[in-house]
Design a protein. Structure first.
Length: 361
């Protein structure tokens, strides 16, 4: 009992001493200092830049499209979908997979969808009907790898004045783009609501009778999901819209696919035929993957050369890939260049868009 009593008294004395010392230090630090708490008041001509999350340790996956000179890094949980070959409106969607989005992502995607989409040849359609304004003297909250034509670029606003989306047009079209090409950037929203106001009376009316083309106005309310804001900033920070190294051959001069053709229905098994230059192979073969719309691997196999592969010329190949259909949705056949060295600069791949058809019962 005596030992326990002395131990308690000693601990209590130590606690009192530490408390006094802590108070003195705190007073010394705060003496003569002004309040440095940053103001939350928004600037009328700029937005606070968004920092990427330094705690995210997952290595981003590089994405590259040679036809439209697009290079960027995909954040963890994001994927790319190309709707290019044979499409009247070429579009490349970079989007987050777990938002329930049904690709291809369009300009009027739901509030939960976060994406960065490229329309290198433009797209003649209605824009979202929320409040909007030209960029003009407004600053972007993320880095831009190109000069933005602010007179032709738009930011879309929530009721509280916060930007929820941007339409950006480059000042000078990148290689392969037209003057009408643009990038659509959209954050994910929470607590989302739309309200329609009559053109003549400013009275609210049901959304199903709303007529924005007739003068009614639509107001979006809600808030941007902060994680979405950081991820979009990371995509834009990694984005490059410039010609790649001229010493690097175009993908179309390395591999050609004869069967299947792009954007056509496929069923299991898929018969695959084409030709690739000798440097695409290693020991006479290379990997072919079948992915669903979210980049999940459904099946893979080796394509084998049908002839002497140790050459710089094109060598025919063929293979067959069996899979369980995920239903009526899009996917990709991915042809990976053999890269036994593992060096990033030697990694190349060709992605062929396909559409899975539902098997007949």
């Amino acid at each position: 009992m005596i030992y326990y009593y002395r131990k308690t008294i000693l601990s209590f004395t130590q606690l009192i001493s530490l408390a006094i010392l802590s108070t003195l230090i705190s007073c010394g630090e705060n003496s003569g200092k002004k309040d440095d708490t940053p103001s939350t008041k928004d600037s009328p001509t700029s937005e606070q830049p968004v920092a990427t999350d330094p705690t995210d340790k997952v290595e981003p996956e590089p994405y590259h499209n040679e036809a439209y000179v697009i290079s960027l890094d995909l954040p963890n949980g994001w994927t790319a979908l190309e709707n290019i070959s044979g499409s009247p409106v070429p579009v490349i969607n970079i989007y987050k997979k777990d938002t329930g989005a049904e690709p291809p992502i369009h300009l009027h995607a739901g509030p939960e969808v976060s994406h960065v989409s490229f329309y290198p040849e433009g797209y003649g359609t209605e824009l979202p009907h929320s409040q909007q304004e030209r960029l003009l003297d407004k600053a972007l909250p993320f880095p831009s790898p190109f000069d933005v034509n602010k007179g032709r670029s738009i930011r879309f606003l929530l009721q509280n004045g916060e930007a929820w989306a941007y339409l950006l047009r480059p000042q000078s079209p990148p290689s392969g783009w037209t003057e009408e090409g643009f990038i659509m950037i959209k954050y994910s929203l929470e607590n989302f609501k739309t309200t329609c106001y009559e053109a003549t009376s400013d009275e609210t009316k049901p959304m199903d009778t709303c007529d924005p083309m007739g003068g009614d106005s639509v107001v979006y309310s809600g808030s941007v999901v902060e994680a979405s804001r950081r991820e979009v900033a990371a995509v834009m920070q990694s984005l490059s819209l410039s010609e790649s190294d001229n010493s690097r051959p175009h993908i179309g001069d390395l591999i050609k696919i004869d069967q299947p053709l792009p954007n056509l229905d496929v069923q299991s098994p898929i018969e695959i035929k084409g030709e690739a230059r000798g440097q695409w192979y290693n020991e006479g073969s290379f990997m072919v993957r079948l992915e669903d719309k979210d980049g999940n691997i459904l099946a893979d196999t080796l394509a084998r050369a049908e002839g002497q592969w140790m050459t710089k010329e094109f060598v025919p190949f063929s293979t067959r890939i069996s899979f369980e259909s995920p239903g009526n949705e899009r996917g990709y056949l991915v042809f990976e260049r053999a890269n036994p060295s593992g060096l990033k600069e030697n990694a190349r791949s060709f992605r062929l868009p396909v559409i899975f058809s539902t098997p007949k019962e």
